[in-house]
Design a protein around this ligand. Structure first.
Ligand code: F6P
Length: 299
């Protein structure tokens, strides 16, 4: 089934329109990656270097969401202030996740959260979320109140369209893989102990350094992705609005759990657009075990 038909039948309204708009824009972004790998002179609001494709992807997605009457605002990791539109949705996005991986040809991604309220606000105000993976295939994975679905881009001779790849994706409860960001020596002691325990249990390490690429492993095989609290950075690295809340929304719709250490990431109410939190995301049983270990303390 094609994405347009699926969304029209099941998700009429602004979230369906937004998923369609970003899916079309993602093809444009993907086709430009080989031509835009250089750095630009600016930095993003978090002080990270920007590549040409970061800036291009940001502009393409902002245009797709604001010029079509879909978004009231689009807040992006790449912009100091949100772009305004005359639609209803409040959108948070990381237009190109993992751009430091461009030259190594690891997967990249784009992440979107769709909210009913002015940003920043709690994940409890989310109406849906989506992410794109530019990997061996270009896929769009989304949920809006119901199950999680995935579509894949195909070219059947008349340009790209999206076809249904997985309906109602579920994260396995059994854990096979784990990936943890940051340096091991910087992890808080409870996380160090937990990772040793995962190794003893025989889980396989999977880490490529692009959040959605690593998360996809967990969604498929079961396990945990973490960007933990670090000794020098207790609130972790990943941004709640742009990165972890949308993936938390999808995770919990797929039957998994996304924790900041002692509760759901979706319950967090960030006070700024780029606020970060630790993130422990994946199969429910293993994420709850880690929460328990964190509760017992970091001594
Ligand atoms: O936030 C950007 C990002 O590249 C994520 O996609 C990824 O999970 C993380 O940073 C990797 O960070 P590190 O290199 O510290 O493991």
């Amino acid at each position: 089934m094609r994405l347009e038909e699926f969304l029209k039948a099941r998700y009429p309204g602004s979230v369906g329109d937004a998923v369609l708009a970003v899916s079309a824009a993602a093809i444009d972004v993907w086709q430009k990656i080989p031509f835009m790998t250089g750095l630009v002179s600016g930095m993003n609001p978090s002080g990270e270097k920007q590549t040409e494709i970061d800036v291009y992807a940001n502009d393409v997605f902002v245009r797709a969401l604001t010029s079509s009457g879909i978004a009231a605002e689009v807040a992006s990791e790449e912009m100091e202030r949100p772009a305004m539109g005359d639609g209803q949705l409040h959108v948070s996005m990381d237009p190109l996740d993992g751009s430091s991986n461009i030259e190594t040809n690891n997967p990249l991604g784009s992440i979107f959260g769709f909210y009913s309220e002015r940003l920043p606000c709690s994940g409890e105000r989310m109406l849906g979320a989506a992410f794109v993976t530019y990997g061996t295939m270009v896929t769009v994975t989304f949920s809006s109140g119901g199950a999680v679905h995935r579509f894949v881009a195909v070219n059947e001779g008349q340009g790209y369209s999206y076809r249904l790849m997985n309906e109602s994706l579920v994260i396995p409860r059994e854990s096979e893989v784990y990936g943890v960001g940051g340096l091991r020596k910087e992890w808080v002691p409870a996380v160090q102990r937990f990772v040793s325990y995962l190794e003893e249990r025989g889980l396989k390490t999977r880490y490529c350094g692009t959040f959605v690429g690593d998360y996809n492993q967990v969604l498929k095989h079961g396990g945990i992705f973490a960007y933990p609290a670090l000794k020098t950075r207790p609130k972790g690295k990943l941004r709640i609005l742009f990165e972890t809340a949308p993936i938390a929304y999808i995770t919990e719709r797929a039957g998994g759990y996304a924790s900041y250490g002692s509760g759901s990431i979706l319950s967090l109410r960030p006070s700024s657009l780029s606020e970060t939190s630790p993130a422990y995301i994946g199969s429910s049983p293993i994420v709850k075990e880690l929460e328990e270990m964190l509760r017992k303390g970091n001594a």
